[in-house]
Design a protein around this ligand. Structure first.
Ligand code: FES
Length: 443
């Protein structure tokens, strides 16, 4: 089992739900998005409860590189082209609000918060960084263009945002979660429209926020078509140069750099879950070549939900579920998206309007090219006759030799070698896993 560099922190622990419960708002999922939602509702005096199937910050939130920035890749020229200047700027403003809120909260939470410039670079495509910089200029967003960076790789251009930030996500969560009404080890078994049935009691909420990384209710919202998942990998290295800023390749599978103390966090090796990719081997080769004196301290991998149009889904779960809400599809930018979710959803569950509601609405059009890619991938893997099969919607699982897990290319569920659930949207272990795995191995 690989653990992230953040994992040594002792988080507060919370009791399991022991009885039936009435609450105005139920939050399902104790990652950063769920905890920030609970924190905001707590501050506003709303009657809420948060349930988590495992322990808080157990999932992807502990595997992030924890960059807090409004620069989400080379995205603004695409947003400008796709949605026009008003929405592109609104996207930046929503994330800028989130960054400002982190700056304020982190003054009173000891979480190694550090101000850093953020850089997105390209190694081959000379047009994209310049196009991006021009789009940012048009939108009035402060940014600088660079033709060189202090990284050991050739850069064709880069764009930076000043005064962004990095922090320790678990120290932050530990600092804000203590006072919250949280039940750990409380898993959802079913939802009948009015009651959420858990393994230790029924909950009767007026409103529900689903913050489970990949939404757990399949019946509404078509999330199995609207989302897919990607894995990416991190090596934490000592005796490697410490970057001043935070750096990321604008290409989907490129490298990422940030420091934490005297450790370099080198990220990359990404691929769609269930597919082949560079994994840790790519990062090991890079470190061996460019940082031959470095020593690995730890390694880990993470998983991100990717939307059809590059904007998260935050809002009403579907057009016909007025009391069910969701926060998902953070496209690898979970720190700012979690904060956006907390404030947007706090407004929506209390019937208030919010200037970003339409932009992030999960009910916006799904007619995007990625929809066809997702549909083809799902159809292909549903028709692939191999075992084991994924208990979510039945796709053929693929063996991931780097992590020794069974991964689903359709929506990204993952299971240990022995069939235990690692990542949703599946909600249970592989059935008859040893028989299935035996059959797969004999093929
Ligand atoms: Fe949906 Fe596997 S995750 S079928």
């Amino acid at each position: 089992m690989n653990n992230s560099i953040w994992a040594e922190i002792q988080l507060p622990s919370f009791a399991k739900l022991q009885q039936d419960l009435n609450t105005d708002v139920l939050i399902i999922g104790g990652g950063l998005a769920g905890i920030l939602c609970a924190h905001q509702l707590h501050r506003e005096g709303v009657n809420y409860a948060l349930i988590e199937a495992d322990t808080i910050m157990h999932g992807v939130s502990r595997n992030t590189t924890a960059k807090i920035t409004t620069q989400h890749g080379l995205v603004y020229h695409k947003l400008l082209r796709r949605f026009g200047p008003e929405k592109a700027r609104l996207y930046w403003q929503a994330n800028e609000d989130a960054l400002t809120r982190y700056r304020k909260m982190c003054r009173s939470v000891a979480c190694d918060f550090e101000v850093r410039d953020n850089y997105i670079y390209a190694t081959a495509d000379t047009d994209s960084p310049m196009q991006e910089w021009q789009a940012l200029h048009q939108l009035g967003i402060p940014a600088e263009f660079h033709s060189r960076l202090p990284l050991p790789l050739p850069v064709s251009g880069a764009v930076s945002f000043p005064n962004q930030a990095q922090f320790h996500p678990l120290k932050f969560a530990a600092g804000i979660a203590k006072e919250l009404r949280i039940y750990e080890h409380t898993a959802v078994k079913a939802f009948d429209g009015t009651a959420v049935i858990t393994d230790s009691g029924k909950i009767f909420p007026e409103k529900i926020i689903v913050a489970t990384h990949f939404p757990i209710f399949n019946k509404h919202g078509l999330y199995f078509l609207k989302l897919y998942q990607r894995r990416s990998y991190v090596l934490a290295l000592k005796n490697a140069p410490q970057p001043e800023g935070m750096y990321l390749d604008g290409a989907t599978d490129g490298l990422s750099f940030r420091s934490y103390g005297d450790v370099l966090l080198l990220g990359g090796g990404g691929h769609r879950t269930g597919k082949q990719g560079g994994c840790w081997a790519e990062l090991e080769a890079f470190a061996k070549k460019h940082y031959p004196q470095s020593r690995e301290v730890c390694r880990w991998a993470t998983q991100d939900c990717i939307t059809l149009d590059g904007i998260p889904y935050i809002g009403q779960y579907s057009a016909n579920t007025p009391n069910l809400f969701v926060a998902t599809g953070f496209n690898k930018w979970g720190m700012t998206a979690s904060m956006v979710s907390a404030h947007l959803l706090a407004d929506l569950v209390q019937g208030r309007s919010n200037p970003y509601a339409e932009l992030f609405s999960p009910s916006r059009t799904i007619l995007r090219p990625q929809l066809a890619v997702n549909a083809v991938e799902s159809t292909f893997n549903l028709l692939t006759p191999t075992k084991p099969r994924c208990p979510h919607l039945g796709c053929a699982l693929k063996w991931n030799p780097a992590e020794r897990s069974w991964d689903c290319p359709c929506h990204g569920s993952r299971f240990t070698e022995g069939g235990k659930l690692l990542e949703n949207p599946a909600t249970g272990d592989l059935k008859n896993s040893s028989a299935q795995i035996h059959e797969r191995r004999s093929q």
